[in-house]
Design a protein around this ligand. Structure first.
Ligand code: AHG
Ligand code: MN
Ligand code: MN
Length: 332
C-alpha cells in the first residue's frame, strides 16, 4: 500500500521543484481534505448544516459548511511556509500569507454546496502555481492570473461513499482513497485515463431554451444518436461538479455547464473550477473547452471570473465543437 506522501516523495524528481516544497503543499492539501471530511461526515450531528446567514462575493448564501471548509483549508495553507498566498471562492480578495513562499494555491473549499444538507457527495477543488512576483514580498494578483497552462498542480477531493483525492502535476492523473483507520490517503487509482467513449452526459437543462442555437442543435443530435445507439448514453447530473466529473472521468462522460443569453459566462469559476478540472481532463486523455477554444487557453483576467465549461472524451468534445465553434474537427 502506497500512501499519498510516499507516492509524492517517490515521484519528487518529476516535479518542477525537487526541493520538497511542492510535495509539502500536496501533503497539506491532503491534511485539509481529512479535516473537512471529518466534519462533513458528522455534519447533521454537529449542527454545521444550513445557512450561515451571510452572502459571499459570488452573491450566494454561504452554507455553514462552506465557511467551515474555507476556514479549515485556509488555516492549513497559512501554516505552510511554502505557500505565499491563496485565493478562495469564499474570499473576496487574494490572501497573502508567507512572503517567502514560492507557490500560490487557489481553491473551492466546498463544491456542490446545494447538496450538503441532502447527503449528496460534495468536493474540494484546488489549483497550484509557482509565484511570478519576487520572493520575500507579498503576493500580487498577477501570481493568480497566470492562466491554466501555468498550473503546476491541480486536483479535487470527493467526499462521497469514501473520501477520494485525485490530482495531477502534469505526469498523469493519480487517485487516492482515505483509509480512516490509518488516517492516510492510499494509492487506489494510478495513472487514470478517461474512457474514449461517452457513457454519460451531465448538464442542467433548465435553461436549454437560453443556450446558443448551435448548442441546442448538439443536444438534439445527442438525443437522436441515443435513439439508434445500441448502448444509449445516460443522463447523470447530481449538481456537484466534483461528483459529476469524477463519475465521468472513471466511466467516460460529457459534463457541460454552458452560458446563456442572460449569463454568457455561465456559472462555474475559471480559476478554481474550470482550469483544474480542464487540466485533469486533458491529463486523462480527454478534452476541455469553453465551447470555442481549449479551456486552458482562456485568459485569466479576474479571480472570480466565470466561464462556460465543457469536459469530456476527446471525440465527444470534438463533435460538440463542430457545432459550437463552427470549425470542422480536422482543424481543431
Ligand atoms: P459551489 O457549490 O462551489 O458554488 O459549486 C456549485 C456548482 C457546481 O458544483 C455544480 O456543477 C453547479 O454548481 C450546479 O449548478 P446548478 O445547480 O445550477 O445546476
Ligand atoms: Mn464549486
Ligand atoms: Mn464552493
Amino acid at each position: 500500500m502506497i500512501t499519498l506522501e510516499q507516492f509524492i516523495v517517490d515521484r519528487q524528481q518529476e516535479l518542477a521543484d525537487a526541493t520538497g516544497a511542492f510535495s509539502k503543499i500536496l501533503r497539506d492539501i491532503g491534511l485539509g481534505a481529512k479535516l473537512i471530511s471529518f466534519y462533513l461526515r458528522r455534519a447533521s450531528l454537529a449542527d454545521v448544516l444550513g445557512e450561515l446567514g451571510l452572502t459571499n462575493i459570488q452573491g450566494e448564501s454561504v452554507q455553514k459548511l462552506d465557511h467551515l471548509a474555507n476556514t479549515l483549508f485556509s488555516q492549513v495553507m497559512r501554516k505552510n511556509p511554502h505557500v505565499a498566498g491563496f485565493a478562495s471562492e469564499e474570499e473576496e480578495d487574494i490572501v497573502p500569507t508567507n512572503p517567502n513562499g514560492k507557490y500560490v494555491v487557489l481553491f473551492d473549499p466546498l463544491d456542490g454546496s446545494s447538496n450538503i444538507d441532502v447527503g449528496v457527495p460534495v468536493g474540494t477543488i484546488f489549483s497550484i502555481y509557482q509565484r511570478v512576483s519576487p520572493a520575500g514580498e507579498p503576493v500580487q494578483v498577477a501570481d493568480f492570473l497566470q492562466g491554466g497552462c501555468a498550473q503546476v498542480g491541480a486536483g479535487y477531493v470527493l467526499y462521497g461513499t469514501s473520501t477520494l483525492l485525485f490530482y495531477t502535476t502534469g505526469q498523469g492523473v493519480h487517485g487516492f482513497t482515505l483509509e480512516p483507520a490509518a488516517g492516510e490517503f492510499l494509492l487506489t487509482y494510478p495513472q487514470v485515463s478517461m474512457p474514449a467513449t461517452s457513457q454519460y452526459y451531465s448538464f442542467n437543462d433548465n435553461q436549454l431554451h437560453e443556450w446558443e442555437p448551435a448548442l441546442q442543435r448538439y443536444v438534439a443530435d445527442l438525443h437522436a444518436r441515443n435513439r439508434t445507439a445500441s448502448k444509449p448514453q445516460s443522463l447523470r447530473y447530481v449538481g456537484s461538479l466534483v461528483a459529476d466529473f469524477h463519475r465521468n472521468l472513471l466511466k467516460g462522460g460529457l459534463f457541460m455547464y454552458p452560458g446563456t443569453v442572460k449569463k454568457p459566462e455561465g456559472k462555474l469559476r475559471l480559476l478554481y473550477e474550470g482550469y483544474p478540472m480542464a487540466w485533469l481532463t486533458e491529463q486523462a486523455g480527454g478534452k476541455a473547452t469553453n465551447g470555442k477554444v481549449a479551456l486552458l487557453e482562456v485568459p485569466a483576467e479576474k479571480i472570480h471570473q466565470r466561464t462556460p465549461l465543457f469536459l469530456g472524451p476527446a471525440s465527444e468534445i470534438d463533435h460538440l465543437l463542430s457545432f459550437t465553434a463552427n470549425v470542422s474537427v480536422e482543424t481543431l
